[in-house]
Ligand binder design. Structure first.
Ligand code: DAH
Length: 344
């Protein structure tokens, strides 16, 4: 019996299996009903009492060694077959990973900011819940201007001289920047704005704007025009032309609205530009001296220009989306269209 135990142990050390089938065969040969180890346990009955203790221990150790070896062989056969065996084909394409994409409004906002960053503008932000002073009064809105009316503005608190409200435009950040920043100032101010309007294809109660402000000595209307032209060409293509139409805003004098040449029909006239060849993109002007003075800037020494644009509007023109509501409904079929838009 002693020799049998030693023989099995030395065989065990050199035992190798390539497949699960071979491991099973070895198990049957050693531990099966008629297996070699099982047989030794049967023979144990005939061992003389004084040797039982010694052989009992030896047999138990043998069974443990065999069981462990078989487990080890099973494990290595399984891992090598999953790496290179028939079960898995490493050349098959992997499981697709569904990637999210940035929201088109975020893509457009970032693109606008990046363009102005290249021109040396910083980014400034301000609160969405603002006071009447920063949204209207400091921006030269006359006391009874309709924008101060409940019709347009969501008021948070009323009944005192400087009520809190949801800002109706990001021009309020102009004021906050002029109040605290030293001159010269060159900033763009992105953010959400709120207006009490019925939701339609062309209007929403929440949307995004980017305000621009440049204040320094000797800033002229020619600087404004050049900045807008360069922006329009970066945003809509190198062939883009701009035109300025006289307009009115309380906080700029003179004021203008800017159109870009239609990037669909290139000026010939189509249904996007309603046959005019032009698309309106923003409002702008020279900062009114009253606005500079309200924030403590000497309007005899300094001048500046400002502009404000709707991010959704720019996005609608860039991607020819004709209904503003698409940007807020988050329909996956719409958002997926922008999977391929790489942020610049
Ligand atoms: N704040 C204006 C609006 O919401 C947009 C605007 C127009 C901003 C002219 C400006 C500007 O800075 O100069 O309609």
């Amino acid at each position: 019996m002693k020799e049998d135990i030693e023989r099995i142990l030395s065989e065990l050390a050199g035992l190798k299996c390539q497949t699960e089938k071979e491991v099973e065969e070895a198990r049957v040969r050693l531990l099966g009903k008629k297996g070699e180890v099982t047989k030794l346990f049967e023979d144990f009955r005939t061992v003389s009492p004084e040797l039982k203790r010694e052989f009992g221990q030896k047999l138990n150790l043998l069974k443990k060694a065999v069981t462990e070896k078989l487990e080890e062989l099973k494990g290595s056969v399984a891992s090598s077959s999953s790496a290179g065996g028939k079960k898995e084909d490493a050349t098959l394409p992997g499981d697709p990973m569904t990637l999210g994409s940035r929201h088109p409004v975020s893509i457009a906002r970032q693109e606008i900011i990046n363009i102005f960053r290249k021109f040396g503008y910083d980014v400034a932000e301000g609160p969405e819940i603002e006071d009447d002073y920063h949204v209207f009064e400091a921006l030269n809105f006359p006391p009874n201007h309709p924008a101060r009316d409940m019709q347009d503005t969501f008021f948070v608190s009323t009944g005192h001289p400087n009520p809190l409200l949801l800002r109706t435009h990001t021009s309020s950040v102009q004021v906050r920047t002029m109040e605290k920043q030293s001159l010269p100032i060159r900033v763009v101010c992105p953010g959400r704005v709120f207006r009490n309007e019925a939701i339609s294809a062309r209007a929403h109660c929440i949307f995004h704007q980017i305000e621009g402000l440049y204040v320094d000595e000797n800033v002229t209307f020619a600087d404004l025009k050049q900045a807008i032209l360069l922006f329009a060409r970066e945003m809509f293509g190198a062939e883009t032309e701009i035109r300025m139409r006289p307009s009115y805003f309380p906080f700029t004098e003179p004021s203008a609205e800017v159109d870009v040449s239609c990037n669909i029909c290139h000026g010939k006239g189509c249904n996007i530009c309603k046959g005019t060849g032009w698309l309106e993109i923003l409002g702008c002007g020279m900062v009114d001296p009253n606005v500079l003075e309200a924030s403590g800037i000497d309007s005899h020494k300094y001048s500046g220009f400002a502009f404000g644009m709707g991010v959704e509007r720019i996005a609608m023109l860039k991607w020819q989306v004709n209904d503003l509501r698409h940007y807020f409904e988050n329909d996956m079929r719409f958002l997926k269209e922008f999977n391929t838009c790489v942020e610049v």
